[in-house]
Design a protein around this ligand. Structure first.
Ligand code: GDP
Ligand code: MG
Length: 163
């Protein structure tokens, strides 16, 4: 069985962009499953010859009358239930929001391996704003720009170390 890596985070932090970047290196299979949007949320990915399944939980279809908060909670529950490694994506430009804290609390309690990914840092020099993310209690944030493809090697090195 391939290890499963789930991407979680509130809407608009860059989960799908990160997903596409990671699987874009080499897509072996993509698959639509019942109950999910036509967004591609499930793909095989590889780094340094280690293969894993990557899931973008943001693409899981919401129940029609769901609030954003309950969607986020359910996506985090899916990740906690399935993942070997969870990538918790936050927006380095926005700073910490209430939804980020909610997800962080769920993930911390789960005891799963969680990598905190601070996205949208589009410059090579790390700005001091990212230090506020230590508050989430999930260790060192890994600074990336999914948009500009920065920091992804370091992130993937850390992901595959956990297999
Ligand atoms: P999701 O809702 O978490 O899946 O977020 P998306 O991947 O759809 O991205 C939301 C918005 O953030 C889009 O407009 C992206 O182009 C933008 N975005 C994603 N990654 C980056 C990044 O690294 N830097 C910047 N500046 N924008 C980004
Ligand atoms: Mg998305």
């Amino acid at each position: 069985m391939r290890p499963i890596v789930c991407i979680v985070g509130r809407p608009n932090v860059g989960k799908s962009t990160l997903f596409n970047r990671i699987v874009g290196r080499r897509i072996a299979i993509t698959e639509n499953k019942p109950g999910v949007t036509r967004d591609r949320i499930y793909a095989e990915a590889e780094w340094l010859n280690k293969y894993f399944i990557l899931i973008d939980t943001g693409g899981i279809e919401p129940y029609s009358d769901d609030t954003i908060l309950s969607q986020i909670r359910r996506q985090a529950e899916v990740a906690i239930g399935t993942a070997d490694v969870i990538l918790f994506v936050v927006d380095g430009l926005d700073g910490i929001t209430a939804s980020d804290r909610e997800i962080a609390n769920m993930l911390r309690k789960s005891g799963k391996k969680v990598i905190l990914v601070c996205n949208k840092i589009d410059t090579p020099k790390t700005p001091h704003e990212i230090y506020e993310f230590y508050e989430l209690g999930l260790g060192d944030p890994i600074v990336v720009s999914a948009g500009q493809s920065l920091g992804l090697g370091d992130l993937l090195d850390e992901v595959v170390e956990n297999f």
